[in-house]
Structure formats: structure tokens, C-alpha cells
Design a protein around this ligand. Structure first.
Ligand code: MN
Length: 746
């Protein structure tokens, strides 16, 4: 295990101004915090953060990052808290450690390969400071180096995740060496046979080609020396995983791949790069189409080099990369390499480019911006800036699918993003295991479980809760469809009843056949039926169109229906009011209850306010004699038979309806009562108490007249049914202070 002073010295070696005391404090703190913990191989746990810090020093990162590396597991794994870290080490380090803790918590969620891209974005979004990602990669690298001590299942998972998420992330940050090592570790455990085969082959080929490679290398060096270019030529080691991947992707054999000899020429200046290129191209024959100048046009991840392929002394293919040492370091260490060239810009390494006053590690942020603005940015974070991710939140389904949503999105958006059917059937949401309102705004990393019900329809109000177009559109559509369906269903009942009246059986087909005889614009039977419900067409018109040439004789009403509140009697027919206002009613479309209610009974359905059945404002309660009126755009409105509002409609428009309420109905209905009481102290309280004791809900109280000796008030109460309402009225009348108590409808 590295000693404390060794770590400090390593940091001081590349950053003499590093805060020694800070590093010492972080070292001691982390060591104490992890004191009683062990790693899978029995080592003290502290060896892990220490090794991670060591990797971070190889990347020559600043003291704050090294401290964060030492502390990266303390919040999640020990008693330490963010507040404590902030107090002891400052907010900057606190934020870094906090970022690492958040990522660590995400590791608990399973990630599917197809979600890897989103997951990488999530990492970037959560990190907000690129140093968090650098420590995370160092953390993962050390874990991969020591993964043989892990249990098989978790090892496989970690390796797959490394391959899917962390290695590509390292690649995108330009850290080729990090990427290679991560990949080779993962490859070794995920596919041991292939790893063994490729590694063995590569070693054999290396041994076999050793002399040839050395010959070419020398020839190159001599050539360059002749023209006075100082250079270093190295053979390029092939990495087992990248060889394997090429074999898989390009369907080529390992032998074929190994036919190619790779060399890297490192020189001192950009000018020398081009001079080397000139020498090589005039010495050996160039393979057409293989020349790429990533110096004048850097890759998105700031990678710079000249690539070319020539046919060598014995006509072997020789792949060459020509670059400066600085370009090489950037190619190997990516964003981290910029620590070495702290004050350098990225394209022409122009020292003036970066603002010296903007903080020592401003280069990191600026680098990211430079990387992202690169002409060829497709390989880097999908054209997207770090900040752009701030516009998104990334959440998980319970089985680990990652859902990307715009910031401000709610569980409603989430449900629709998973699937439109899920959104339409959504009833509620659990966020991180806790039930939360559907309008809760989601945060990065939230796990959201949507509770669904087959019969659910999204409430229209959800449209304003959703922020995604997808959810809004789907809600609007679902509400509209439901409404249309309710109207056509209502119309069907009305038309069915009308058919019965004339002694004929109804069928949808008859309406369909009648379409050409109906008013223009009716495209389907449902359209026609909905028009009936909206009172645009009379039900009798449909009957006439459906039964052309038939002599329609209006029959005598023959049924006397029974129902629980079967006191309502009509001349024209009977209707069962069913499932009105989203309430539970017994549905009597068929079977016994339909029989009992009369053959022409019309069960009316409806939900909430946007439905074709609506109660009058003065209220109706089960047991009341009620009358329906078919109104345009409002479907059927239900009035008490004594309601003055009802008198506004011609008697011909009245439809008799009757209650058929489920005994288990748990909904209350509004009614309006008027109470006249003495102006005695506490009389209002007395009235309220009486209503409360008899299980009534007072919704509203309004004083209508106040005399010296008495007060008249109107009270909106919510009751179960007419019996209940009468019980309340009787209770009130029995009170000494109450003069009168009666139901009113105006
Ligand atoms: Mn760790």
C-alpha cells in the first residue's frame, strides 16, 4: 500500500503548489473512515481509495481531485456525511465526493446494453464536473484490476457494464489508454476462451515478427535521421479486445489483422509531423485512401495525429501514426492530459488561448467545450454539451430501463414515455419506492413505478401536468376518444329505446345501412349515435331512416319497472342512470335488472365532468324523482322533478330517468337545504353539529336573510341518498333553535 508521504510527493512532483495539508487530511480521514472495512480479497478497504488516488495522480490531476479520490466512497460506505466533508474539506471537494456518491448509487440499477448511451449521458449530467468522471473512471479501473476476487455473477455484471458504459466513456473523453485497459480486463472475464486465444496468438505473432518490426523501425529512424528530424519510432502494441472486436465487426481473421504492422512516430513539432509524412510518402508507396490528417482537422475528442498506410520494404502494409508528444499524451490520457499542458489551448496548443484568471482547472471546462464544438463532433457525446444534459432528466423503470425526459417532466410524462398504453392506464406512481402524486417532478436517477388499471382513463387535467408533447397529445386523444365513445354509447341507448317503442329490434347494422339516408356528414354509426346524444338528430329520425317504408305506429307504454328507488313513473319510458359522474352504479344494460327496469331502459354512463351526463347545480340525490333533458353539447342533464330549472325545458324534451344505485355506492351527492333558525348564541354551531352527527357533509353555508330575531341560511350538504337527507332534515327540525328546515331547488 502506498504510504501517505509517497502520495503527497507524487502530487507535488507535477504540481509543486498542491495543498499538502489537504492531501494529508484527506488521507487520514479516509483511512479512519474505512478502518473496519475489508475488500473482497481481505485487504483493508482503504487500499482501494488509495489506489484510485494513485491512478488519479498518474493522470496528473489537481489536489482537490486527488482528495476526492481518497474520499470517494466515504459517504456511501461509512458514517461520513456531505455536510461533514464540506466542513472539513470545503464545498468544492464536497461537491466532487457528492457527485461520486450519486454515481455509486446508480450502480445499483441494472443497465441494459441498449440503454448504455443514455446511461453515459446520465453520468455526465450527474457529474456536472468532469473531474467526477475522471475519478469514477479511476475507481472503475481499480475495481477491474482487482475483479478476480469478486463473485462470478457480480463480476460478469461489472465487466459488461464496463464494456457498455465506462470504456466507451473513456474513449469519448479521449482516454485511449484507460479505455484499452478497461476493455481488456472486461474481455478477459466475459469471454475467457476468446481472450486466451487472442492473447496467445498476439504473443506468438509478436515473437515471430519481432525481427521484421525491428528492421522497419530502424529503417524509419535512419530515414528520418538522414533528413535531420529528431523522432522516436515505436511499434504499436495491439490490444486483445480491439483485435477481437475488429475480428467480430469486420469478419476478418486474426492472421489478416496481424499482417498489418503499426508504428508510431513521435516528433517535437507540428511542422515535423508533416516533414515526416513527406519523407515516408517519398520513400514507400502509399496505400490509397488511407491518409487522414487529424492535425488540421482534429477528431471531436481532440485527438490529433496524421494517419497513413504505406507498403514497406518487403511490401508489408505499414500503418503509421505521426504526432507530437503532446498529441500523444492527449491521445492516451484524453481530457486528463490537459493537466500536463495546463495553459495550453487545444487546437494549436496556443498558450494564450485560455484565460489565466478563470481558475486553475478552467482548462477542463474549456476543453470540454472545445471538444464539443469540434468540427467532427459525432464521436464525442453526440454533439451535446455537458450543459445541454442539464435540460434532461434520466429515470429508470423498475427493471432498469432508462427513460430520458426533459427537465420538469412528471410521472405522467414518464408513464407515456414508457408506453402510451401505460400512460393511458396509469393510476398512480411510486418514486424510489414511495407513492407520490402524479404531478411530482422527476429527478435524475429516480426509479419510477407506474401503477396501472385496465379501466383507467387519463383525467383531462393531466394534460397540464405533462410537459412532453407525447404525453399531452396522448391524453388529449384518450379524453376525446372516451368522450366520443360515451356520446355514441348514450346515443345507442336512446336509439335502442326508440326502436323498442315502435316494436322493432335495434342493431348497429341497421344504423349502418341507414347512413346514406341520414344527413350528410355522418361517416359511421357511431357518428350518428353521438349526434343523437348531442341532440343534433332526433332518435326517431334514425328509426325512420333505418326502417324505410315501414309504417311506424307509436305503441302504448307497456312496462312498469322496478328499481330500488322505483318511484319515478314516466309516460315515455324508463331509464336507468348508471355510472353517472364516475360513481359506482349498478349497470343494468342486460339481464335481470334490465328486465326489471323495462325493456326500453337506457343505462346511461358517464365519467367526471367531461361526460354526457351532468347533474343540475341544485343537486339531486338517489331516491329523488329525477328527469333528464337532452341538451346540445352537454348530453343528458339530470334535474329534480321540482327543480325550477327544469321548467325552462319543454315537456317533450323530458326523459324520465330513475335511480339504480349500487347499495355499496360510496359516493355522496349534493343537495341544497334552507334552514331558518333563532338568533340564539351558538345556534349556528348547533345546526352544524346536528348535520355532522347525522353524517352529513357541509359543503357551503350562505346567509340569505338576517332579521333581529332569526336568520335564514342555505346549506349545501353532501348526503348518501334521499333517506339520509330526510334524516338530516328531521334532525334539524327537532332542534329547539330551528324554525324550519327544508330542501330547495333554486
Ligand atoms: Mn470505489
Amino acid at each position: 500500500m502506498m504510504r501517505q508521504y509517497e502520495l503527497v510527493e507524487r502530487v507535488l512532483s507535477y504540481d509543486p503548489e498542491a495543498d499538502e495539508a489537504l492531501l494529508n487530511r484527506a488521507y487520514v480521514y479516509a483511512m479512519k473512515a474505512h478502518k473496519h472495512q475489508e475488500r473482497a480479497n481481505g485487504d483493508p478497504y482503504f487500499s482501494h481509495p488509495l489506489e484510485v488516488a494513485a491512478i488519479v495522480t498518474n493522470l496528473k490531476l489537481d489536489d482537490a481531485t486527488v482528495a476526492a479520490a481518497l474520499l470517494h466512497d466515504v459517504i456511501e460506505d461509512t458514517d461520513a456525511t456531505r455536510t461533514e466533508i464540506d466542513q472539513l474539506f470545503g464545498k468544492e471537494i464536497g461537491a466532487l465526493v457528492d457527485g461520486l456518491t450519486k454515481i455509486k448509487r446508480l450502480d445499483l440499477v441494472s443497465k441494459k446494453a441498449e440503454q448504455a448511451e443514455n446511461f453515459r449521458k446520465l453520468l455526465v449530467a450527474i457529474s456536472s464536473d468532469i473531474r467526477v468522471l475522471l475519478v469514477k473512471l479511476a475507481d472503475r479501473l481499480h475495481n477491474m484490476r482487482t475483479i478476480e476476487h469478486k463473485r462470478e455473477a457480480s463480476r460478469k455484471r461489472t465487466c459488461q457494464e464496463t464494456l457498455d458504459i465506462y470504456a466507451p466513456l473513456a474513449g469519448r473523453m479521449g482516454m485511449q489508454a484507460m479505455r484499452d485497459e478497461l476493455e481488456d480486463h472486461a474481455f478477459r472475464w466475459l469471454n475467457p476462451e476468446a481472450y486466451e486465444t487472442v492473447t496467445t496468438k498476439l504473443e506468438q505473432l509478436r515473437a515471430k515478427n519481432k525481427r521484421l518490426v525491428e528492421e522497419i523501425r530502424l529503417a524509419l529512424e535512419v530515414k528520418l535521421d538522414d533528413v535531420g528530424i529528431e523522432s522516436k519510432v515505436t511499434g504499436r502494441e495491439k490490444k486483445s479486445y480491439s483485435v477481437w472486436r475488429k475480428m467480430q465487426n469486420k469478419q476478418v481473421s486474426l492472421e489478416k489483422l496481424s499482417d498489418i504492422y503499426g508504428f508510431r512516430v513521435t516528433v517535437n513539432s507540428v511542422e515535423d509531423c508533416y516533414r515526416v509524412l513527406g519523407v515516408i510518402h517519398t520513400t514507400w508507396r502509399q496505400v490509397p485512401g488511407r491518409f487522414k490528417d487529424y492535425i488540421s482537422t482534429p477528431k471531436g475528442n481532440a485527438y490529433q495525429s496524421i494517419h497513413t498506410t504505406v507498403l514497406g520494404p518487403q511490401s508489408q502494409r505499414i500503418e503509421l501514426q505521426i504526432r507530437t508528444q503532446q498529441m500523444h499524451d492527449i491521445a492516451e490520457y484524453g481530457v486528463a492530459a490537459h493537466a500536463i499542458y495546463k495553459d495550453a489551448g487545444s487546437d494549436n496548443m496556443d498558450a494564450e488561448r485560455f484565460d489565466q484568471d478563470s481558475g486553475p482547472y478552467m482548462w477542463l471546462r474549456q476543453l470540454v467545450e472545445t471538444l464539443l464544438e469540434g468540427a467532427n463532433s459525432e464521436e464525442f457525446l453526440e454533439h451535446t454539451k455537458l450543459e445541454l444534459f442539464q435540460d434532461q432528466v434520466f429515470c429508470f423503470t423498475p427493471n432498469g430501463r432508462l427513460i430520458a425526459l426533459p427537465r420538469g417532466a412528471t410521472s405522467v410524462d414518464f408513464a407515456y414515455a414508457v408506453h402510451t398504453d401505460i400512460g393511458n392506464a396509469a393510476q398512480g406512481a411510486y418514486i424510489n419506492g414511495r407513492q407520490m402524486p402524479m404531478d411530482t417532478r422527476l429527478r435524475n436517477g429516480d426509479e419510477v413505478r407506474i401503477v396501472t388499471a385496465k379501466t383507467a382513463t387519463p383525467p383531462a387535467a393531466w394534460e397540464s401536468v405533462a410537459v412532453t408533447g407525447r404525453a399531452r397529445g396522448a391524453i388529449r386523444r384518450a379524453v376525446r376518444d372516451k368522450l366520443r365513445q360515451q356520446y355514441s354509447e348514450l346515443g345507442r341507448r336512446l336509439v335502442q329505446s326508440e326502436f323498442k317503442k315502435y316494436g322493432h329490434d335495434y342493431s348497429d347494422d341497421l344504423v349502418k345501412e341507414a347512413l346514406p339516408r341520414m344527413a350528410a356528414g355522418s361517416k359511421s354509426p357511431d357518428d350518428v349515435l353521438a349526434s343523437v346524444a348531442r341532440n343534433e338528430i332526433q332518435a326517431v329520425e334514425v328509426v325512420k331512416a333505418a326502417l324505410p317504408g315501414k309504417d311506424l305506429v307509436e305503441p302504448v307504454q307497456a312496462y312498469k319497472p322496478k328499481s330500488r328507488y322505483g318511484r319515478g313513473r314516466s309516460q315515455e319510458g324508463w331509464f336507468n342512470l348508471s355510472k353517472v359522474m364516475g360513481l359506482k352504479f349498478r349497470f343494468s344494460a342486460a339481464g335481470d335488472s334490465a328486465q326489471a327496469a323495462g325493456a326500453s331502459s337506457i343505462p346511461l354512463r358517464g365519467l367526471r365532468d367531461d361526460i354526457p351526463v351532468k347533474f343540475a347545480d341544485s343537486g339531486v340525490v338517489p331516491g329523488d324523482r329525477i328527469v333528464g333533458v337532452l341538451t346540445k353539447e352537454k348530453g343528458i342533464r339530470i334535474f329534480h322533478i321540482h327543480s325550477p330549472e327544469l321548467m325552462a325545458f319543454e315537456h317533450e324534451k323530458w326523459i324520465d330517468v330513475t335511480w339504480d344505485v349500487d347499495a355499496a355506492n360510496a359516493e355522496r351527492f349534493p343537495a341544497r337545504i334552507e334552514v331558518t333558525a333563532l338568533n340564539a348564541p351558538g345556534s349556528l354551531a348547533d345546526i352544524a353539529q346536528t348535520i355532522g352527527e347525522t353524517d352529513g357533509n357541509i359543503d357551503q353555508v350562505q346567509m340569505v336573510a338576517r332579521k333581529p330575531d332569526f336568520t335564514r341560511m342555505r346549506i349545501e350538504v353532501e348526503v348518501w341518498d334521499l333517506d339520509h337527507l330526510n334524516h338530516i332534515l328531521n334532525g334539524l327540525k327537532a332542534k329547539g333553535v330551528v324554525n324550519s328546515a327544508e330542501r330547495v331547488f333554486d
